[in-house]
Design a binder for this molecule. Structure first.
Ligand code: HEC
Ligand code: HEC
Length: 399
């Protein structure tokens, strides 16, 4: 235990000096932590990513209780430009941003569905299937990088991805500029916000500002962190204790309960070999017509499994992914970059097995899931949970 505490102290200091390198290096140090710390019940505060998040300074944030915990509450206010947010909102929901006018950002990041499409893999223009599960846009600004493999540094940079991806919006900036220039209302709005005509940089700026408005404060867990001991039930509190004791917290922590480091999927077992073995045995029972998808698409999906390796080409980055945020996670099934886990229970069991090398007893899984459900927050003053329950799985956007 002492050794573990010392290691953690050393990391904290090192992370402050060189966050990106240390976070990605945590994977190598992880077995050390695991060795002594499967039962660690400590509360240690990890510094958050130096993201551009603009927590409002007027937001009275953490009390003494909160600062001792490895998870931080989401700020209750952000300093944002309302006119940029309004313009970004319109762009985000506008299918004119895709080549054939069919697909908007919101098609795959539906704010009524936790900011995702609830599909294993997204569908882009002409109904084409993508290669990876769509993560939520809620709280994305609190992630230290964007995309599963972290290939975009920030929200502005991220936008070029879907814009140019032939399986997503299949479009380009030049033609989009022509479309916006032909639209009187957009021209007026850009003039109002920027005093100038639309440019790719201004489109990126407005959409990113809108995405920064997609923060979800006041989750019950955040109220607990801010000192309201009654915000959680005893079972939910036990779930949080288990989350720390088993060591989930080593990877899922900070403001986003994730989103601030890369980790291998399959630290203590070969997730990919087991998954593919299972798939092969299942597909033997199906007719060949059900096994859709051509070879090129299958290869692209297999490539997506390589994670950060696709960005760096380094062997040590094979199957490494940005640890996803667990904020609002109950709203965003199916789980994992491959959309393979249909329920939170299943995702938690797999995490126990492949990230921690333990078979979690069903009761512990249930309590951890109860804790995870307390991470559901509010968007524009309304609980995402209630919103969601009322509307079911409608295609409508929140606006
Ligand atoms: C066809 C579906 C689709 C469309 C359209 C789409 N996205 Fe995405 N989005 C995805 C998928 C899939 C990913 C994950 C890709 C990856 O990590 O390689 C993603 C990732 C992201 C992320 C990163 C989140 C994180 O945690 O890493 C953000 C932010 C985002 N999209 C915003 C947008 C915006 C803004 C638009 C419109 C300009 C947009 N998306 C259009 C499917 C889509
Ligand atoms: C060694 C780091 C590590 C540990 C420990 C860990 N996780 Fe994860 N977790 C990850 C990574 C990486 C992913 C993304 C895997 C993927 O999809 O490729 C993930 C994904 C998840 C997801 C799916 C999120 C989504 O939106 O798809 C859930 C839920 C989750 N973890 C919960 C837990 C729980 C509960 C524990 C403890 C029992 C835990 N994790 C332990 C690294 C970790």
């Amino acid at each position: 235990m002492e050794r573990v505490n010392r290691t953690i102290r050393a990391w904290r200091i090192a992370i402050e000096r060189d966050p990106e390198r240390i976070r990605s290096g945590l994977n190598r140090a992880f077995p050390l932590l695991l060795g002594g710390a499967l039962a660690f019940t400590i509360g240690f505060g990890w510094p958050d990513a130096p993201a551009t998040s603009r927590a409002s300074s007027s937001d009275a944030t953490t009390g003494p209780e909160a600062s001792a915990e490895p998870i931080r509450p989401i700020p209750r206010q952000m300093d944002l430009d309302p006119q940029k947010v309004a313009l970004g909102d319109r762009l985000f929901h506008d299918p004119q941003l895709s080549r054939n006018g069919e697909i908007s950002c919101a098609s795959c990041h539906d704010l009524q569905m936790g900011g995702t499409d609830r599909l294993p893999r997204s569908l882009g223009i002409d109904g084409q299937e993508g290669t990876i599960n769509s993560p939520t846009v809620f709280n994305a600004d609190f992630n230290f990088r964007q995309f599963w493999d972290g290939r975009a540094a920030d929200l502005e940079e991220q936008i070029d991805g879907p814009m140019n991806n032939p399986l997503e919006m299949g479009f380009n900036w030049e033609d989009l500029m022509a479309r916006l220039n032909a639209d009187q209302k957009y021209m007026e709005q850009f003039l109002l916000v920027y005093g100038e005509d639309p440019t790719p940089a201004r489109v990126r700026d407005a959409i990113a500002e809108f995405e920064r408005s997609l923060f979800t404060p006041n989750a019950r867990f955040d109220r607990y962190l801010r000192g309201d001991a009654n915000a959680l039930t005893p079972d939910e509190k036990s779930g949080y204790s288990l989350f720390k004791q088993y060591g989930c917290i080593a990877c899922h922590q900070g403001t986003n309960v994730g989103g601030n480091m890369y980790q291998k999927f399959g630290v203590l077992g070969d997730y990919f070999a087991d998954r593919d073995a299972q798939k092969t045995s299942q597909s033997r029972h199906r007719s060949s017509s059900q096994q859709g998808g051509d070879d090129a698409h299958r290869a692209a999906v297999a490539k997506a499994d390589l994670g950060r390796f696709n960005v760096t080409g380094r062997e040590e980055d094979r199957h490494k992914f940005k640890v996803p945020s667990l904020r609002n996670v109950e709203l965003t099934p199916p789980y994992f970059h491959d959309g393979s886990a249909k329920t939170l229970q299943e995702a938690v069991r797999i995490m126990g097995r492949y990230q921690l090398g333990v078979t979690l007893p069903p009761r512990d899984v249930d309590q951890i899931v109860l804790f995870l459900k307390t991470l559901t927050g509010e968007y524009r003053g309304r609980s995402l949970q209630i919103e969601d329950a009322r509307s079911g799985s409608t295609q409508n956007d929140a606006n």
